[in-house]
Ligand binder design. Structure first.
Ligand code: PGA
Length: 250
């Protein structure tokens, strides 16, 4: 059985004070979270602080991005080994905001996926279509292309210990959630595509849903057979909402 994962993507939000309060709230209710693995992905500069505050808890730490390079003259970039040094277990790669606002293409995202794995981090690969693509009926083509870029570079086995997050771009931060069935359909497509190369990897890989997940809709989404948890943006900044979402994972 795949263990559900609920990961909070804080994006560029918070302050030292607000993060302390948020983590106090999360830690105070962790005992009520069932089987789900819980992770938070703070802005880079807060990672050491969050690592310290999460000591003695089971909450995992992840980054929101990383460099595709190991080290060198890349001003402003952060390498996978640095994230590992500060206790990160996960690294989000290819979030739609990185793809659209910072021009990250499939090849770059695949290179970041490889860099994370090479250092021993578990990448969380984000895939998903924009509204126009859904309306044109090409959602599966888009998701397949994004997935195949990683499979071609790294091989199918590279997905086994990674995580995929299906995040329809039209649902991110908009309050519009994909219906459980809409999400399940794409999750099943992703798992079948992986299964056509390796049944074992398809069984193992966790596929999260992301896009306006809240306490009120999490249980219905997480009840779907191919949804293994969520990548949570806005609602992860509120301890009560975030914990309720974690509790909703079966
Ligand atoms: P949202 O963001 O939950 O605020 O829609 C999800 C994400 O971007 O990962």
């Amino acid at each position: 059985m795949r263990q559900p994962l609920v990961a909070g993507n804080w994006k560029m939000n918070g302050s030292a004070r607000s993060i302390e309060l948020l983590l106090d709230g999360i830690k105070g209710s962790l005992a009520s979270v069932g089987r789900a693995e819980v992770a938070v992905c703070p802005p880079y500069v807060y990672i050491p602080m969050v690592a310290e505050l999460l000591q003695d808890t089971e909450v995992a730490l992840g980054s929101q991005n990383l460099s595709q390079h190991q080290s060198g003259a890349y001003t402003g970039e952060i390498a996978a080994s640095m994230l590992l040094d500060f206790g990160c277990r996960y690294a989000i790669v290819g979030h739609s905001e990185r793809r659209t606002l910072y021009g990250e293409d499939d090849a770059l995202v695949a290179a970041k996926y490889a860099a994370a794995r090479a250092a021993g981090l578990r990448p969380i690969l984000c895939v998903g279509e924009i509204l126009e693509e859904r309306e044109q009926g090409v959602t599966e083509d888009v998701v397949a292309r994004q997935l195949d870029a990683v499979i071609e570079l790294e091989g199918i086995e590279a997905l086994a210990d990674g995580v995929i997050a299906y995040e329809p771009v039209w649902a991110i931060g908009t309050g519009k959630t994909a219906s459980p069935q809409q999400a399940q359909d794409v999750h099943a497509f992703i798992r079948q595509r992986i299964a056509s190369r390796s049944g074992a990897v398809a069984e193992q890989v966790r596929i999260l849903y992301g896009g306006s997940v809240k306490a009120a809709n999490a249980a219905d989404l997480f009840a779907m057979p191919d949804i293994d948890g969520g990548l949570i943006g806005g609602a992860s900044l509120d301890a009560g909402e975030f914990i309720a979402i974690c509790q909703a994972a079966p």
